[in-house]
Design a protein around this ligand. Sequence first.
Ligand SMILES: [Zn+2]
Length: 407
Amino acid sequence: MRAFVAVGIVSLVSLSSLVIAQAALPAGDAELRPAPEHDTSSWPPFPDADGVPIDELPIAQAEAASEPPAPFELLGMRIAPGERVTLDLELSQSFTGGSVTTPVQVIRGDQPGPTLCLIAGIHGDEVVGIEVVRRVVEHLQPMGMSGTVVAMPVANPIGFRQLSRYLPDRRDLNRHFPGRSYGSSASRIAQRIFDGIIRQCELVVDFHSGSFHRANLPQVRADLDNPILHAMAGWLGVSVVVHGGGADGTLRRAASEVGIDALLYEAGEPMRFDEASVVTGVQAVLRLMRSMRMANLTDSAPPKSEFFRGSHWVRSDSGGIFLGQVELGTWVEQGQQVGTVTNPFTNERSAVRARETGRVIGRAVDQVVTPGYALFHVATVEDRPGVNDGPIAAEEAEPVESDERPE
Ligand SMILES: [Zn+2]
């Protein structure tokens, strides 16, 4: 594993100017329609510092430490407090035997605090998170910061180069964590990321977008039965939080199995930078860091999120031209018509109807579809067996098949 120090410059930009810059950003997903009246008594309590076992949070452990922070070690490098470096993580080799590497940026605060890892681009076509992490890292300064941020903006540079979700062997990197050093190509890359980076993190935010001509409402996915993740999800302040632990082989499932708290920020569609999704993500990370007392780069306290326990897909029952009638974020009622699929030759129209009342958190863009194509992803307050396909089982492709796309 090769590592080198690329940057060690401490900028003199003041924190106050960053607060102003953040306050000037647009509101992101703040324009959602309000939720209809419904019973919220079964919802988990809104998390805050009083509602979770605070002594279990990394911020409390860091505050309890009276010693100045020790150097942080990553990829064989010692990074001193107040230092900012870029390391190279070797992931694989090309056909010509050259190293395939990806940059890992480390901002080591001069005050003690948690280690927060920001990982994007596990799917190479999901570019929203790449831009979120880039902007966050651009804002951060080690002086005055508590704890450490480890940022990997492009975890899958092979897929990113081809704007592909997959690796060249058609494997999905996010089904191979924690990986094996003697396994498949995807498994070996996963192992390099997991052992080299993730195991050094206390908290992980993994960034994703919809797959294959589908867009996601900005949302957080987390195991809400974990009080720390519940708190983190609330601190991000994104309007929608959906419960789930992630499918086998996903980064966050593998991280949680070794005691590292990881959650997901999902927004937008693949291969498209949409500004609202990017801004919402940047604001969310800055709010999280503010709540964890790592850095005070935003004066925006987290707005209250809506928590959902389940979700399901509304699928097409016929082939033809799909035109949706409701946008992301809409609350739909059971039986409500949400789109049509029209036979291009007979003009026969089929109505697409909501199966249950809930909020649309993902939808296919208008396109040609075949029967069974997943059109709307609807989050529901309760997880109702037989209605939902279960709590979200995977980051964004399940229960949608990875290669499900129009023909
Ligand atoms: Zn993804």
